[in-house]
Design a protein around this ligand. Structure first.
Ligand code: SF4
Length: 235
């Protein structure tokens, strides 16, 4: 794992969250909005949103329907509006309007699951990741796919909990905050779900799924096995 991270770090030195934000509140809000949406769409929406809503109190000062309309293009807007208002209320009531740094506090915020908490902590306070006993590694669809292709886990690509544990076990703790951003960047730019560009991959020589080397794509095999499972149980 250290060699993979070193090569990816060299390839993507600035890899970080693709969502735009200028303070911790905006980072959390953008990350909540990114669920089931694209970073491009969220960045479009937050350009206006963050002009209008600057403090947690601002999200509570408008009718919920107004907030819903302001975030509507990101999808699931009713649920997200409810989460954002609950999240902001808790920030005001329990954290003096500030975003907490610890995972245990972040996951208590409405709409913030462990993946979101890991992303926020890694992006905003990477040094906290090394200290916080509850810290971990964010596993999204790219991280899951690459972990499977690279043979870093025996779990399926959708088993985020096990993949997170496996990645934590094989990664030096002071590198945890970088793992997700590097794998996501590589997944977006080179290791595409359908057509990985193995010929352009800087970690090809370390990959047990390399198409250049004619190896089986572990991700595709795992997905095929997964898709077959329900059909078998119905039979
Ligand atoms: S060699 Fe291919 S499958 Fe392996 S990480 Fe690189 S692009 Fe992905």
């Amino acid at each position: 794992m250290p060699e993979i991270l070193e090569l990816l770090e060299r390839e993507y030195p600035g890899a970080t969250i693709a969502l735009r934000y200028s303070n911790p509140l905006e980072c959390v809000v953008a990350t909540v909005l990114s669920a089931q949406s694209t970073d491009v769409k969220v960045n479009e929406v937050t350009t206006e949103l963050f002009r209008k809503y600057r403090r947690p109190e601002d999200y509570l000062a408008v009718p919920e329907e107004e907030l819903q309309q302001d975030i509507r293009p990101t999808g699931f807007f009713r649920q997200k509006a409810r989460s954002l208002r609950g999240l902001c209320a808790r920030l005001v009531e329990e954290h003096d309007g500030e975003v907490p740094r610890r995972i245990a506090d972040l996951v208590r915020l409405p709409g913030v699951a462990r993946k979101t908490a890991n992303v926020v902590q890694s992006a905003l306070w990477p040094e906290e990741v090394a200290r916080d006993p509850d810290a971990g590694i964010a596993v999204d669809t790219h991280v899951g796919r690459l972990a499977v292709r690279l043979g870093l886990t025996d779990a399926g690509p959708k088993d985020a909990d096990r993949i997170e544990r496996d990645l934590m076990r094989i990664t030096p703790r002071d590198r945890w905050a970088r793992v997700a951003f590097l794998l996501i960047e590589h997944g977006r730019k080179v290791c595409d779900a359908r057509r990985p560009r193995c010929e352009d991959c800087v970690i090809e020589h370390l990959c047990p799924s390399s198409q250049v080397a004619g190896k089986p794509d572990r991700y595709r095999l795992a997905m095929q096995a997964r898709n077959r499972r329900p059909a078998r149980s119905e039979a």
